[in-house]
Design a protein around this ligand. Structure first.
Ligand SMILES: [Zn+2]
Length: 306
């Protein structure tokens, strides 16, 4: 069987995921394997997996999402905060030479956003802002149907929008970034203060769903911080949809209802008129679906050029 497929790859600090994606963005199959430590081993491992898949499928193109800043026009990884040895790596050129298929490289959150925009929670929106809440806080802007990269391809870093002048120090070394308030580590620290013991995010979510007032208060605090940053986003971009993904999204109703209330209260009325705020719906697969779909878009663009 030689079905035409696109490959979407997500390189994370722990695992590498490869998804087989149809032209219409349907995830047909996925493989997961641990991320090797060295860059050369990561590249070799991916090449051997892709070559294996090429013997079974008609692989048309490949999309790769990277956990860090990427020059997506030239396919160059600028650096990866959690994986050493990735400074200015011409990943598109390396893979295209080794695999002989078109390769698209972008930031992983951009691919997640692209998937949610086209196949997930964003529905039929035109302008959409996606947010992933985890250890880090990532963001992506899809404006008029396209990923907005910005002039040096660093747009969408909502996690590093300051929400106070002199707040806690962030991983990026600046002070008061949203990530320093709502990153997983910070939420766990907040919960520890409230419960006087270590509470995991899962426990905190379960407790909130069972109407535990203390747990709800922690999520409301998180929602309040988020609302400050997202109000700026709403006033600046005027999106029709905000999609929230990542582990924190599991907290459910408490966070969401508080967040909506606060944004409506804070933002300009005209900007929130048609605003929808929703949780992501594709879960952990959004990165590989978006990467595979971006790969399919790139071949369509190339076909148009010819
Ligand atoms: Zn920061």
């Amino acid at each position: 069987m030689f079905e035409e497929i696109y490959l979407g790859i997500d390189i994370g600090g722990t695992n590498i995921k490869i998804g087989l994606v149809s032209k219409s963005g349907k995830l047909l199959k996925k493989f997961i394997f641990p991320t090797p430590k060295k860059r050369a081993d990561i590249i070799d491992k991916i090449c051997s997996q892709v070559n294996l898949l090429k013997t079974r499928f008609k692989v048309k193109a490949l999309g790769i999402g990277m956990p860090g800043p990427v020059d997506s026009i030239n396919g160059i990884v600028r650096y990866l905060p959690n994986l050493p040895g990735w400074e200015n790596v011409k990943l598109k050129a390396i893979f295209e030479k080794k695999l002989l298929i078109p390769v698209t490289v972008d930031n992983d959150v951009n691919f997640m956003g692209l998937a949610e925009y086209n196949f997930g929670a964003a529905g039929k929106s035109r302008n959409c802002v996606c947010l992933t809440l985890g250890t880090g806080v990532g963001g992506c802007l899809i404006l008029e149907g396209k990923i907005y990269h910005g002039s040096t391809m660093n747009a969408g870093e909502i996690g590093h929008m300051p929400i106070s002048i002199d707040g806690p120090r962030c991983g990026c070394k600046a002070r008061g970034c949203l990530e320093a308030y709502v990153g997983n580590t910070r939420i766990i620290a907040l919960a520890k203060k409230v419960f006087k013991k270590k509470v995991s995010l899962e426990e905190l979510s379960i407790m909130a769903k069972r109407n535990n007032k203390k747990a709800a208060a922690v999520w409301e605090q998180v929602a309040d911080y988020l609302s400050v940053a997202l109000t700026s986003v709403v006033n600046l971009i005027n999106p029709d949809t905000i999609v929230i993904g990542g582990g924190v999204a599991k907290s459910g109703k408490v966070l969401m209802s508080r967040l909506k209330k606060q944004i409506i209260k804070r933002a300009m009325k005209a900007a929130t008129k048609n605003l929808k705020i929703v949780f992501a719906s594709l879960g952990n697969d959004s990165g590989i679906i978006g990467a595979g779909y971006a790969a399919s878009l790139s071949t369509r663009k190339n076909a148009q050029k010819k």
